[in-house]
Design a protein around this ligand. Structure first.
Ligand code: FES
Length: 154
């Protein structure tokens, strides 16, 4: 046989290599595309499966410097929080954002109430609306005493 007769045999393995390479490329592209489409869904669902996301803790200062009947404003994650010492062993923390139109509420030590300066909304030390236009109570946060500090958990 001549060398010309063997030439097509050499081309078939090269064509098969090209074909398998293209198959591999297409499968890899499809797999990468599927991964790219699934990644945002997995990222969205991951915190929910882990228990609802992160929690933040912020100190409102030492218990000894927090007289009964007083309140403090603290910030956590950009949110104003009002912390009240309603009794000797009773601390409560609420979002300081009024549930009416979002003004920042303030503690009124004279009346022992939380007041909104915008439309005269009034809340009790339990965070529930007492009078005025606020449609619902202030959101409450957990308070604990850790090493003599008043700690609010968001
Ligand atoms: S915003 Fe607080 S009473 Fe209107």
């Amino acid at each position: 046989m001549s060398a010309d007769a063997e030439a097509p045999k050499d081309e078939k393995p090269a064509a098969a290599d090209r074909r398998s390479f293209l198959d591999l490329l297409i499968r890899g592209g499809l797999l990468a595309g599927a991964g790219a489409m699934a990644a945002p869904t997995v990222a969205y669902l991951w915190p929910a499966r882990a228990g609802g996301g992160k929690t933040a803790k912020v100190s409102a200062g030492p218990v000894k410097d927090f007289p009964v009947g007083s309140a403090r404003m603290v910030q956590a994650e950009g949110k104003p929080i009002i912390v009240i010492r309603a009794a000797e062993d009773r601390f409560r923390a609420f979002s300081a954002i009024c549930t009416h139109l979002g003004c920042v509420v303030k503690w009124d030590s004279g009346s022992g109430k939380i007041r909104c300066p915008c439309h005269a909304g009034v809340f009790g030390t339990d965070g529930k609306q007492v009078s005025g236009p606020p449609p619902r109570a202030l959101s409450e946060y957990e308070v604990s005493i850790v090493g003599g500090e008043v700690v609010v958990t968001l």
